[in-house]
Write a protein that binds this ligand. Sequence first.
Ligand code: CA
Length: 375
Amino acid sequence: MKAQSRRNFLAKGSLALAAGTSGLAMACQDKQKKAVNTPYINFNNTFEWKITTTWPPNFPVVGEGCNLLARWIDEMSGGRLKIKVYGGGELIPSLESFEAVSNGAIEMGHGGAYYWAGKSPAAQFFSTVPFGMNVNQINAWIQTGGGIELWEELYDRFDLLPILCGNTGVQMGGWFNREINSIEDLQGLKMRIPGLGGKVFAKAGGTALLVAGGEIYTNLERGVIDATEWIGPYHDYLMGFHEIAKYYYYPGWHEPGSALELIVNKTKFMSLPSDLQAIIRTAAARSNNWMMSEFNSKNMVYLNRILQEGKVDLRSFPDDVLDKLRTLTTEVLEELVEEHEDCRKIYQSFDKFRRDIALWSTLSEKTYYEKLMTS
Ligand code: CA
């Protein structure tokens, strides 16, 4: 059965259950054909779902945020929708969650859309791209600027519903044992840097490596890699990179505002009573807000802690290095758009929004940071 007809079938079935009598149900089904989102609530049905995350169990901020998401859904639904949270590797390996939620083996997943570049390269625009948008900008594009319609359309073919659910904010540039004074200093450098950022880094002459989270510290300590990026001061501190690297560079040009996603099996979502559907969306919006707030609160504390311990030299990438990386990013994005039709369509919307919002962001946020904020 095709996904669309399966959804219609399940929507009808659930409506019949809510209506109670088959005659009434049939009449409602006719209406339902025109208005799939007709509200219906059934307080007798309870659901036990699972969410599998791409993070280790209880991972700071994002894993904790998933625990809260499940708790909030439980509270709002009066216990009618219980969601058990599994960290990556507990139920299935982290990066198999897209597939598992897509085929309905697990109802929900949490991660970043750029993890699914192998399934659909255009997914990357719904997490982050180098020199892309910051958290405020990408929230605006996705939620009210046309992004969500494109995202839902892209994921529909996988029978997935994407919901915005978290953001890391601007990440840090990473940990280095060598000063970066010019683009030439990146040549021959082996850095753990995934995704499109890695492609740009490779174009700059470096070697971009993918190293699993648990192995980065040892690889950096032993010189298997020369540098690594991770997230921001809080998570970086917990990894202990400040003990073994000399320089901590900013900004995270490669991840200027990585949006995170809740993915829900669409057939199962559509079969839920409408109030539970709304509760999932509402809890995800709360998590989207909570995760960014928690990142900021913790990064603030741990940045100071890293600096106070006094072993690390905090540096900004030189402007000309960033300019060169920006040029190389344009090349990488042009190649991506050239190769994939989905990327072309989504990038058009993404890039137009990014350009259109630049003036407003400049005279509001940027001016605030540069001229009004005191420290
Ligand atoms: Ca990162």
